[in-house]
Design a protein. Structure first.
Length: 284
């Protein structure tokens, strides 16, 4: 294994790439503002005939994600389609009609149930849990839910995790996500079903959307993932058999401060399976 280097521009990596599967939070925006150069890079790739599918662990349907992107001035022509972990969670709820759901998450995530008419119930009466996040992610951590998770484990309730991220950027802060609660529940012996990266279903859906746009199934050797999380973006891309461009400005920013290249030992320690390249922030 050779040392892993930073590259400056996406255009130097996309020769032979037909499809980009790009993360959103940490790559396209930070939750409060868009990154114009990243948007320009994805748009430029599309102008050259490439297909861009945004792939996100947002616990909301794709149309809700699109509305957020528009509010942040991310133009629709930056991408071809969006696939979210919220979409896949909706399929689970739809496939279990009449089952009682205990919903753990903030009110802003209520679009995940739009048109589904779920039977919401208290924890003591529920058949399963849907976790879209913490009730107050500005002040809480997963530990605030240990008692609740122990009660759920006693009832042997499956927990459906609509966002496998542990943390995500909000401006210059890191806040906890549903994945933190789900990992706690798993540590306690609870059953967890994850929808979103790094798990295969969201990649299969993204490739399917790319095939619809292109009129043919893309070869995985011609697909590039872009993300800022070792645990979700990089691991998910590796597990699915595609290359990954790793953006270091996101949740791992402190670990990459002042580093210009890595020796093989450092690559293995930080990444496990190395990405194809590193970029401080996405630009064309």
């Amino acid at each position: 294994m050779t040392g892993l280097r930073f590259v400056e521009r996406l255009r130097d990596l996309v020769d032979g790439v037909d499809v980009v599967l790009s993360d959103i939070w940490g790559v396209v925006h930070n939750g409060l503002e868009a990154f114009p150069e990243a948007c320009e890079a994805l748009h430029s790739f599309r102008q050259q005939g490439g297909t861009v599918i945004l792939i996100t662990n947002a616990p909301r349907p794709a149309d809700s994600v699109q509305r957020q992107l528009r509010k942040l001035d991310v133009a629709d022509d930056t991408y071809d389609a969006i696939v979210s972990s919220g979409d896949l969670t909706r399929h689970y709820v739809a496939d279990h009609p009449g089952r009682k759901v205990f919903w753990l998450g903030p009110e802003r995530d209520n679009s995940i149930y739009r048109g589904l008419d779920p039977v919401l119930a208290p924890l003591g009466e529920a058949d399963y849990i849907v976790c879209t996040g913490l009730l107050d992610d500005e002040t809480e951590s997963a530990e605030d839910y240990r008692g609740m998770m122990m009660q759920a484990r006693e009832r042997k309730l499956p927990l459906i995790c609509a966002n496998p991220d542990i943390v995500v950027e909000r401006g210059d802060r890191l806040i906890y996500c549903a994945g933190a609660v789900a990992e706690l529940y798993r540590e306690l012996g609870g059953e967890v079903i994850f929808y979103g990266k790094p798990h295969r279903p969201i990649y299969e859906r993204a490739i399917g959307l790319a095939a619809e746009r292109r009129g043919e199934m893309p070869q995985l050797s011609r697909v590039l993932a872009i993300g800022d999380s070792v645990r979700t973006d990089l691991a998910g891309a590796h597990g699915f058999g595609i290359d990954c461009l790793f953006v270091t400005r996101g949740i791992h920013a402190e670990e990459f401060e002042g580093i210009d290249q890595f020796d093989p030992a450092s690559v293995k320690e930080l990444f496990g399976h190395p990405p194809r390249a590193l970029m401080r922030e996405l630009r064309w």
